[in-house]
Design a protein around this ligand. Sequence first.
Ligand code: ZN
Ligand code: ZN
Length: 274
Amino acid sequence: MRLSVLSSGSSGNATYMETDSGGLLVDAGLARRRIETLLARIGRSLTDVEAVLLTHGHADHTCGVRSLVRDCGIEVFAAPGVGDSFGANTISPGEAFGIGGLTATFFEVPHDSLTYGVRVSGGGSTVAMATDLGEAGVEVLRYMRGADAAVLEANHDPDWLRRGPYSASLKRRISSKRGHLSNRQAAEAAVALAPHGLKDLVLAHLSKTNNSPMRACGTVQGALREAGHGGVRVRAAIAGHPTPWIEAGTPLPVSEHVYRYGELGAAGQLFGIE
Ligand SMILES: [Zn+2]
Ligand SMILES: [Zn+2]
């Protein structure tokens, strides 16, 4: 399976995933023409899109859906309470459903609207995706664990948000448990997922005001390196520019080892390698 995050952030979200037997979009929060343009940048068109999976009803994830349904006849899939106004096929969270060669499962995440992450498998690999969530708790991590590639929100740097220009109430909303994930929270989640086969991590839904790709990647990569998982490929998705294709499951180029200072062993070694 391969994927590209076409665009990410409060100005609009859409991610394309495919196997050789077909593709789908997770969210369509941009005008149809804009989605067409972004797909063309990765060599695809709307005819490659068999379905749209919706994570939640916010406009930055749904504003292109109506046109995709009406003009292109693309099917919509969503968990209960998310896609009713788009005539979506309703799928219970935790229930696996198939689209072309892909199998998807929604799982609930905490946000200020009913919101779901999605785990998609196909072609022998798995991608887990969660943006727009206030915290990545045990349940969320349980669904994301074992994924070869993850798309995870890294919305803001907590210090930048605190010192930034937003109103006190908006700052409270963003940093609440039903708001948006910070770089620090994303780093903690990444460290929890890394030992379970994570190879590619795309940081998504970055705030233009309270974050930067360098800041987000630096925080997460630093935490991964410190935990002995510096080989995980980390990149940030931004608005209006598709990420390069990510082949889920591509082995890590270097196997990183954790060196532990230990007792002198029988062979006189000072360091043990895990
Ligand atoms: Zn959003
Ligand atoms: Zn949202």
